[in-house]
Design a protein around this ligand. Structure first.
Ligand code: 57R
Ligand code: CO
Length: 442
């Protein structure tokens, strides 16, 4: 039934039947003669009386809650009807413009949304968590904070708002480790628990946040900086990502998207005054990082197997109806290429692994912990430690060496270079493109 949560008394359907209920002991003829029994006179009782007498249960539907600061209110308490905000809707163009109104395409969408695992509400709920958590992150992150403090600020918010499922069923939670890559590090850095790094005023930090509901992952990233000299780098990457998202569509070749991204990205330059005592400044062309890519997203898998280049490429792969994509672009004042370096924090189970034969007992136990807590979702050492796991490094390295677990070392451009990233997740719906992670910030 529909209720008005602003009314103070709201009763369930049972209360609608109280009018037909007779009070006990009333209207019984004194002489016991059935024939002389007067016609039952029904006394109307109000719902309020019935509730007061405890004969019907009062079911007060809670008022929709508002978000707290720091954010800790689960989104199902705010969007109590289970309807979450749509992302930015973009009509398909040219050969695909028929999709906007096609009855066949609308029917395909309707059918998909009948399945609770496939409805768009899952990814939209993940995306709304993303927007609320990043809004708080953007106004709270300051130089002087440790990387651990920043990771906790984001992850505590995400876990609360998405109402993290810790039962092992993986119905909702963090989608991948919070990326907090600094300066020449473009991706795959999150602090391990012994990290002592403190954010500095002249750092450029890529904040990559992942949220999932029923395995539908919202993957979106932004960059924070305080040194105004780098404004053009940030603008180049933001525009390049928006270009990629705009160019994307059903039947579009990913190589063509890469060319469009690179064109926009590399139309910018950055001029930075010398800080080593020399007079003057150096101007750097902004380069797209050629060996990083966007990717499609499959259920519980951050990388679904298709890549979206961010430089011109002859990749003939096409985007297809129904696919989810994360388009992320990386700009750099360096070489425009990254290499793996430094201590690893990010890992993921290789897909298709079930019960491999393992000699080490500790590796068997660790694999079970990983399967139960993360499945094929990426995770980091801090997340493993939260499950109560300790002294796991030998067992973990053995799983990595046997290619059961994949490690993802941090990715660096040249020393002294600066890199930036923006990223959005979108759906290639049968009838339109929906940029689920779009916000008023980026
Ligand atoms: O978006 C284990 C993760 N992803 C977290 C996110 O692309 C991803 O081209 C993967 O935790 C694993 C890339 N790498 C080449 C060097 C092969 C990176 C770009 C950044 C990132 C993090 C990504 C990449 N590939 N998959 C998602
Ligand atoms: Co991504």
């Amino acid at each position: 039934m529909t209720v008005d949560p602003t009314k103070d008394q709201v009763v369930d359907d049972a209360a609608d039947k109280v009018d037909d209920v007779e009070d006990e002991g009333e209207d019984v003829p004194k002489d016991g003669n059935e024939a002389s029994k007067p016609k039952k006179k029904r006394k109307r009782k109000t719902k309020a009386q019935a509730i007061a007498e405890g004969r019907v249960k009062e079911e007060v539907k809670p008022e929709p809650a508002t978000q707290s600061e720091p954010p800790r209110v689960g989104l199902t308490k705010i969007f109590t009807d289970g309807v979450f905000p749509e992302g930015e809707i973009c009509e398909y163009l040219n050969d695909n413009s028929y999709r906007t109104t096609s009855a066949e395409k609308k029917e395909i969408e309707r059918l998909a949304n009948e399945n609770p695992d496939e409805t768009y509400q899952n990814i939209r709920r993940a995306a709304e968590v993303h927007r609320q958590v990043r809004q708080y992150a953007q106004k709270t992150i300051r130089p002087g904070m440790t990387m651990i403090e920043i990771a906790n600020l984001i992850e505590d918010g995400t876990r609360a708002l998405v109402e993290e499922d810790t039962s092992g069923k993986l119905q909702s939670g963090i989608g991948f480790p919070t990326g907090l890559s600094l300066n020449s590090c473009a991706a795959h850095y999150t602090p391990n628990s012994n990290d002592t790094v403190v954010l500095k005023e002249n750092d450029i930090m890529k904040v990559d946040i992942g949220v999932h509901v029923k395995g539908k992952i919202c993957d979106s990233a932004f960059t924070v900086h305080w040194d105004r000299n780098y404004d053009p780098l940030i603008k180049a990457v933001k525009e390049a990502t928006n270009t990629g998202v705009r160019e994307a569509g059903i039947d579009v070749r990913v190589g063509d998207i890469g060319a469009a991204i690179q064109e926009v990205m590399e139309s910018y330059e950055v001029t930075v005054p010398h800080t080593d005592g020399r007079v003057g400044s150096t101007t750097y062309p902004v380069k797209a990082i050629g060996n990083l890519t966007g990717h499609n997203i499959a259920p519980y898998r951050i990388h679904g197997g298709k890549s979206v280049p961010i430089v011109k490429s002859h990749d003939q792969d096409k985007m297809e109806e129904g696919e989810y994509f994360a388009i992320e672009t990386f700009g750099s004042t360096g070489r425009g290429r990254v290499v793996e370096s430094g201590e690893v924090s990010h890992y993921a189970l290789n897909p298709g692994i079930k019960n491999p034969p393992l000699r080490l007992e500790t590796a068997k136990t660790l694999l079970k912990t990983i399967q139960k807590n993360f499945g094929t979702l990426p995770w980091c050492r801090r997340y493993l430690e939260r499950t109560g796991t300790s002294r796991y490094l030998l067992a973990l390295n053995s799983l990595v060496n046997q290619e059961i677990v994949q490690d993802y070392p941090p990715l660096y451009d040249a020393p002294g270079s600066m890199t930036a990233q923006f990223e959005h997740t979108f759906l290639l719906r049968p009838t339109c493109k929906e940029i689920v992670s779009r916000g008023d910030d980026y």
